[in-house]
Write a protein that binds this ligand. Structure first.
Ligand code: FNR
Length: 190
């Protein structure tokens, strides 16, 4: 089976982020042919198109990391019914300069967790809208709105509820299938 490189962005910068815990679980539950690597955006300055003529090294490195992977997975909290500002800033960086949008034709998927009952659903819809504009083919289903109950996922990424573990394993398996399908019709440009 062909190996696919998946870069994942964790929307939260918090040390005890529940979405970071979710990311650890997803890495562990992903099929073996998905190679998962975090792409951090923590050091990016706030984007302005004044940088377009000459991106700073940290932004160039970030953009190159997105360009280097076959697919991108967004694991995000919901802040004020949208995605955190840091994540939006990172997407803006990767989408520019004009004509060099790193997300174009790049398969993506969205998942997130929150203690609230709707488990980041509103933030995910907001992110989907951004990714549509960025011309990223998105996995539509399964959707994954994970309500984080205390202890659901340990600091090491172990999922303590069997049905949730199975759901997340299936989510990653579906994402792998989706990536394969998209790359068949939209092979990566070299
Ligand atoms: C929140 N939280 C939250 N939760 C939610 O379900 N919907 C929301 O709109 C918000 N809004 C919100 C705004 C801000 C600024 C913060 C800090 C938090 C609660 C949030 O789900 C909770 O803090 C999670 O722990 C955030 O995920 P991370 O950062 O721990 O991964």
């Amino acid at each position: 089976m062909t190996t696919h490189q998946v870069g994942y962005l964790i929307g939260s910068l918090a040390k005890n982020s529940i979405n970071r815990k979710l990311s650890k679980a997803l890495v562990q539950l992903a099929p073996a042919h998905l190679q998962m690597q975090e792409i951090s955006f923590a050091q990016l300055p706030l984007y302005s198109y004044d940088y377009d003529a000459d991106f700073p090294p940290v932004a160039r490195k970030f953009k190159e990391a997105i360009a280097a992977v076959d697919a991108v997975l967004f694991i995000t909290p919901e802040y004020n019914r949208s995605i955190p500002g840091g994540l939006k800033n990172a997407i803006d960086w990767a989408s520019r300069p004009y004509g060099k949008n790193s997300f174009a034709r790049k398969p993506s998927a969205v998942i997130g967790t929150s203690p609230g009952a709707i488990g980041t659903a509103v933030a995910q819809q907001s992110l989907r809208s951004v990714l549509s504009f960025c011309n990223s083919p998105q996995m539509n289903a399964p959707e994954a709105y994970i309500q984080f109950t205390p202890g659901l996922i340990t600091d090491d990424g172990e999922v303590t509820v069997e049905s949730t573990e199975e759901f997340l394993r299936n989510y990653m398996s579906e994402f792998a299938t989706f990536i394969t399908r998209v790359l068949q019709v939209l092979p990566r440009e070299v």
